[in-house]
Design a protein around this ligand. Sequence first.
Ligand code: MCN
Length: 767
Amino acid sequence: MRGQGCFVSDITLAGELHCVLARSPHAHARIRKIDSARALARLGLVAVLTGADMAADKVGPMAPLWAIQTTNGKPMAEPPRWALARDTVRHVGEAVAAVIAETRALAQEAAEFVSVDYEPLPVVVDGRAALWSDAPQLHPEAPGNVCFRFTRGDEAAVRTAFDSAAHVIKLDLANNRLIGAAVEPRAVLADGGADKLTLYVATQVPHHIRRTVSEQLGIPQTAIRLIAPDVGGGFGYKGKHYPEETIIAWAARRLRRPVKWTGTRSECFVSDYQGRGHQTHAELAIDKEGNFLGLRVNTVANIGAYVSTFGAGIPSAIYSALLAGVYRTPAIATVSTGVFTNAVPTDAYRGAGRPEACYVLERLADEAARVLGVDRMEVRHRNLVPVAAMPYKTPIGPTYDCGNFPQVLSRLMEIAGYPGFSKRQADASRTGKLRGFGMACYVESSGVAPSRFAVALGARVGFFEAATVRMQPDGSVQALLGTHNHGQGHATTYAQIISSRLGVPMAKVEIIEGDTDQVPYGSGTFGSRSIAVGGSALDRAAVKVIEKGKRIAAHLLEAAATDIIFAEGQFAVAGTDRRVSLREIARVAHHPISYPPGEELGLQDSAVYDPPAFAWSNGAHACEVEVDRDTGGIRVVGYWAVDDVGTVINPMIVEGQIQGGIAQGLGQALREHCVHDPQNGQLLTGSFMDYAVPRAEDMPPMVMELDESQPCGHNPLGAKGCGEAGAIAAPAAIVSAVLDALRPLGVTDMEMPLTPARVWNAIRSAK
Ligand code: MCN
């Protein structure tokens, strides 16, 4: 920590104006009139811009980048969404007017004087309640508040499986709505003074935002330079398009001055896309030995007031594809229904569909063990896809190329000392504590791709990645990538890839991301894709540079290019001691004296990588908790993880990534809950006083191992993503442990987050 980062708010442009957004205090209301006269009378106030001004300037709607097909083959409902509300607001915090002044304080003060005449409308914030026939209707384009109904699998096969079952496990599960809460709030700065618009945005996806803003403003993408400088955490929700990006870009062009907006923490609580928010009914058919026969999952996803960028794709295409998990259940059928409510829209939040799927499967596995009276590990082992079955095609679509799930689970049980648990449980009970052991297995569809798969499922962007490797005449290297680092250590791991491929010291490698004028193209960072997709593009570009280097070396060494081998930064004629360094080749490529005829000067190349499939990371996590029966307080006393992220580029970074994910998973399991008032749609958890993110003191000691025995078979690095692993497995593992601790008291079910109050009440009711 050196305090030398440069975030959007650290950038100050000459003559910059400040924008504060007047936001709706209502969850659902018609806008009768906006009166800006009193605000405009304030000294230093430059403009108050509304949806009507945007309409007059023909600014386009906020179109999602993923529009899935519904079950009946029709497109999902896609009601228009405007960056500044036009006639109706549909969630608390929706932007209504942009108040722009010489200073932020003036803009803040003037925003108080923007008077909006609202006609409040009835509100619905619960996903299932929004489907009732008498529920308030949010959009004329979405009858019954349904955005989409998306199915996968074979319902007839599932029915047959259920007919032959010895037991059917049924669970109703809620996956709590979460708020991202990165350290840096979202921020946008637009320089509209010149012909070319420069946008500085705290985003994970620079090229996507350039595209969406250009489409809305009706200007070419080349007329926008988008810079995403240092970004203080993103967790998926900063990887999406927000109204503020459009508003600030448009305002800066209209006023021909730089305009800046930085969200306050309270503002971000009501305007950052939120995560999860599923209500699920799941049924698992098993035979009397505990073999899984059939699975039926019906999920209502509360997508909030509008369809956000990937808001429709996550609870449908992504989530349902994960519902086979690590198990070889032969028949699966799933239905996801995306429902509009008067809540903040949802989108990706670390894990994005995978933690939800993992939670459903792992709760069912635990319940199957309870019903059969067998060990939870045993039930899992009985149903894991064996390594011999790889590549394994699941009955719901995806094919796993590799993974040794049984080995991972067995190793986890060893490092977690599972056989010694009953002694630890007995010891704890002597001190009055209830101790429980929990476990969860997961698969992660990391490296979101391939483009043709995503596009077939309605994505309006390709998910490939581009990289350029530029050798400088002195042998140093610049690598440009379309991914974006906001805490994942890309500068280190990408430099490692270049260093090991080209034999250049890491200190001589510069990694450039986050600038659409420097980096040719990119999809950005989300879905744990940077290593598997971006890293692979980088590796390919480096290989192309080596190939060219070989041709130059062959000329210098008077040999055939096919006889040149490259290793550790040296080109050599095979079987001889004749060699020339890459550094020398880079110099010659820029200052040629003797040079191969017809060869272009310079030493650089680009590559685009579109993977043939997801990189299937997987793993198993376990934890032990102690529950205080008098207070309902829970302490996670130990946490163990074995993760298969394929070939590991940097173990320290991977462990850090998995630990960070575990912290967020612990938050979901025990602390975090985004609650909207069912009567009026107000966000009841609108600050860190009400919304409890985990603290350092909540974190247990963690023991982690990486299983590298199953490198990804279809990318050149063998790497699978790791960025979301912890957040996927931890909620299920922790809930498993708490229910294990409470089972002797007769508690068999509880909803996340397992707050002390909920645990205490559950203990009392069970008594
Ligand atoms: N890595 C590696 N070997 C592997 C796999 C990964 O060394 N086999 C390294 C990579 O090179 C990279 C890091 O681990 O430096 C994470 O790689 P990857 O799994 O590809 O994930 P991304 O870089 O694409 O990051 C996205 C992922 C997601 S989706 C969320 S959400 C998330 C996360 O990363 N948000 C984060 N980690 C975060 N960490 C921080 N600090 N802040 C966030 O907002």
